[in-house]
Design a protein around this ligand. Structure first.
Ligand SMILES: [Zn+2]
Ligand SMILES: [Zn+2]
Length: 272
């Protein structure tokens, strides 16, 4: 009797756990699939999980032309927080110089509406991306998502106002309201210079810099500052990501470029 009762409870318990697992896997499945139209207008199911990996995981796919010959960049922005056309052109020029994409680069711009907050966590940003992103890897095209948002990053400190974060293998966010506030300071570089620096820097992380998805050809990781370069005028220097640091770094008013150490890494991983 006692053992039967125990078995019965155990069976119910197991069934309950199984249901939970099934429910979870079913949710995960539907969350990672969207249906789009192919060029003939026929519906195709896309697996979006390939665009939900870790920063640097798609470095080679982005740099080389082996699997993907085209890149589509989906720029999503809130009203009033769109990057300048010059910044977008600068980012495209930066990518064209580094990526082997024989079929070229395409930009899709889209205004989005969200529930606005004064600050956002990366979890919040991921949710916004998942609700609004429409471009995912498809056939020979690799897709990158960039969100331009109001408010600030919830990890900001008094000395560090974060301007951008690369947070998935093909996703970055720019805290555009923060970027604009620094551009409005006296003697600050232009908005386009600030936007271009931060966008290029976050793309650098998606390309696997530094030592994060793209192997180093020489030792130049500033380990104390994570995935950054030790060269203080390189685009991948750690100060390029915060407003306070960037104003110091951009005294000349020009967008920093990648130093030869970072370029060597990208070229060894399929880039130009
Ligand atoms: Zn960085
Ligand atoms: Zn560097």
């Amino acid at each position: 009797m006692r053992s039967n009762g125990y078995t019965g409870i155990k069976a119910i318990y197991t069934a309950f756990i199984l249901c939970l697992l099934l429910a979870c896997s079913k949710d995960a499945e539907s969350n990672d699939q969207i249906i789009i139209e192919d060029p003939n207008g026929d519906p195709v199911t896309i697996d979006t999980s390939v665009n939900k990996k870790n920063v640097g995981d798609s470095a080679n796919d982005l740099l080389s032309g082996q699997t993907f010959t085209e890149l589509v960049l989906e720029i999503m922005y809130l009203d009033g927080y769109k990057p300048t056309e010059a910044s977008i052109s600068n980012l495209i020029a930066f990518l064209e110089a580094r990526l082997n994409k024989s079929a070229g680069l395409r930009v899709v711009e889209k205004e989005i509406t969200i529930t606005q907050q004064t600050e956002y966590s990366i979890q919040d940003i991921i949710q916004i991306e998942d609700e609004n992103r429409a471009e995912y890897n498809f056939e020979n095209t690799i897709a990158v998502s960039g969100i331009f948002i109001d408010g600030g990053y919830d990890q900001n400190t008094n000395e560090g106002s974060v301007l951008g974060v690369a947070y998935r293998n093909t996703s970055f966010v720019i805290f555009e309201e923060t970027v604009q506030s620094f551009a409005n300071q006296p003697f600050a570089p232009s908005l386009t210079t600030l936007e271009t620096t931060v966008m290029n820097h976050e793309m650098g992380h998606l390309l696997g810099l530094v030592n994060a998805g793209t192997s180093m050809q020489s030792d130049h990781q500033d380990v104390a500052h994570g995935r950054h370069c030790t060269t203080d005028n390189c685009l991948m220097y750690w100060t390029a990501e915060t407003g306070e640091g960037l104003l110091d770094m951009l005294i000349g008013g020009t967008v920093p470029s990648l130093d030869t150490l970072c370029l060597d890494d990208l070229q060894a991983n399929g880039g130009k």
